[in-house]
Design a protein around this ligand. Structure first.
Ligand code: UGA
Length: 430
């Protein structure tokens, strides 16, 4: 199939590269000239495991190319995916101006029947607006179909998630675009749900909010565990074995962040409010998430007492492991809040240091994770990077003023840590 993807952010680039990887001909459009140049010269703007390889391979094999021209993309493809940002506004609602602008542009350049697919996360009923906009701005009166095809990939595992999806959701107004959409996704061998467009759009917000709810649920349980001497990991394992619940997304910590959950949660609360439903359950999910960070910081201050002029080492800056993304990162928030108390910070992240430098200043960036603890009064684990489990604990302990670790991601075993001479405090465990 001839496919165009408009927007080469995390979702757009992964989508384009993976469609090319399974044999489609793909044009990726972006209005950021600098980004297009980077992509054309074989680089990728964001770290994402496995992505650079498949981008290069498919460019070399002639199935993937990049352009700044929407006209080029629209004229030379049958199916156009919209994957532009839908950022949050001050009141939590979604800014749909990029979607609207792209819809207008597509309408302007459309000379034959096209399928226009929305992949960006949008409020329910956006598809109706996109269809209206396409009809309004088309000059040639050509026909088109609008489809909603939400994306469920996780940053850091995006390529893997895209190539091996658990389900594909296709929301349509009529049956006409279904055959082509099924053809596009046939190589992925995944169950395909064909539904109405409003349900498809809702599936995305409902899924992300549910996952956020799971995290807040286990974080709430972690509070109970701490005051009763129970262990949140044992509880998560115990409840997670019930297939109706499932073990994933039950890792307690310092809360969820990133460019999706906080934004989608607020958007869903706002969307519900606009249709007259007060989604208090989700408001509570958001509140528990904020409190989890407060509680962690209190744990640090309760232990260290006066933070001013103390030095704390922080391992992890990305909002989660396997990514260089620091948007809405709990780790960055934690650093900033510690800075406000006058604490000096020595920080490290395996991939996110470059991006962190733009948002976190007046800290010492340490290249080697094993040097972070040097001269520190405490060490904090803020992101769940697997590699932190390989930290040279003995070297770290000996180089610190006090061997205290606040593990915000429960990476280590409390008993082991005590045996090794650490004062170890984690989340939801003794
Ligand atoms: C999330 C969803 O998982 C994807 O399915 C969805 O496609 C994506 O949003 C999106 O809407 O684009 P992502 O934001 O990449 O993906 O990251 P997650 O792996 O979901 O993690 C989100 C946050 O939750 C991270 O800060 C992570 O540390 C935290 N988390 C996750 C926990 O605190 N505990 C857990 O058990 C799992």
């Amino acid at each position: 199939m001839k496919i165009t993807i408009i927007g080469t952010g995390y979702v757009g680039l992964v989508t384009g590269a993976c469609f090319a990887e399974v044999g489609h001909n793909v044009i990726c459009v972006d209005n950021d000239a600098q980004k297009v140049r980077v992509l054309q010269s074989g680089g990728i703007p964001n770290y994402e495991p496995g992505l650079e390889e498949i981008v290069q391979k498919n460019v070399d094999e002639g199935r993937l190319r990049f352009t700044e021209s929407t006209q080029d993309g629209v004229e030379n493809s049958d199916v156009i995916f919209i994957a532009v940002p839908t950022p949050p506004q001050q009141d939590g609602s979604v800014d749909l101006s990029f979607i609207e602008k792209v819809a207008r542009e597509i309408a302007t350049y459309m000379k034959s029947y096209k399928i226009v697919v929305d992949k960006s996360t949008v409020p329910v009923k956006t598809g109706e607006k996109v269809a209206e906009t396409l009809r309004r701005y088309t000059k040639t009166n050509v026909d088109c179909d609008v489809v909603s095809n939400p994306e469920f990939l996780r940053e850091g595992f995006a390529v893997e998630d895209f190539l091996r999806p658990e389900r594909i959701v296709i929301g349509v107004f009529s049956q006409r675009p279904v055959k082509a959409m099924k053809e596009i996704y046939a190589p992925f061998n995944a169950p395909i749900i064909v539904t109405d467009i409003n349900s498809a759009e809702l599936i995305k917000h409902a899924a992300n909010s549910f996952l956020a709810m799971k995290i807040s649920y286990i974080n709430a349980i972690s509070v109970i565990c701490e005051s009763t001497g129970a262990d949140v990991i044992e509880v998560a394992n115990g409840i997670g074995m019930d297939s109706r619940i499932g073990r994933r997304f039950l890792d307690a910590g310092i809360g969820f962040g990133g460019s999706c959950f906080p934004k989608d949660l607020s958007a869903f609360i706002k969307i519900s409010e606009e249709i007259g439903y007060d989604f208090r359950l989700l408001k509570e999910v958001r509140r528990i998430n904020a409190e989890q960070m407060d509680r962690f910081i209190k744990k640090i201050t309760d232990t260290i007492w006066v933070l001013k002029d103390k030095t704390i080492g922080v391992l992890g800056l990305a909002f989660k492991q396997n990514t260089d993304d620091v948007r809405m990162s709990p780790a960055i928030e934690l650093c900033k809040r510690l800075q406000k108390t006058g604490t000096k910070l020595r920080v490290h992240d395996p991939k996110a240091m470059e991006k962190a430098r733009a948002v976190l200043t007046n800290v010492t960036y340490v290249e080697d994770m094993n040097n972070v603890a040097e001269g520190c009064d405490a060490l904090v684990i803020a992101t769940e990077w697997e590699i932190f489990k390989k930290l040279d604990l003995e070297r770290a302990r000996k180089s610190m003023t006090h061997p205290i670790m606040f593990d915000g991601r429960n990476l280590f075993d409390p008993e082991e840590m005590e045996k090794l001479g650490w004062i170890y405090k984690s989340v939801g465990r003794k």
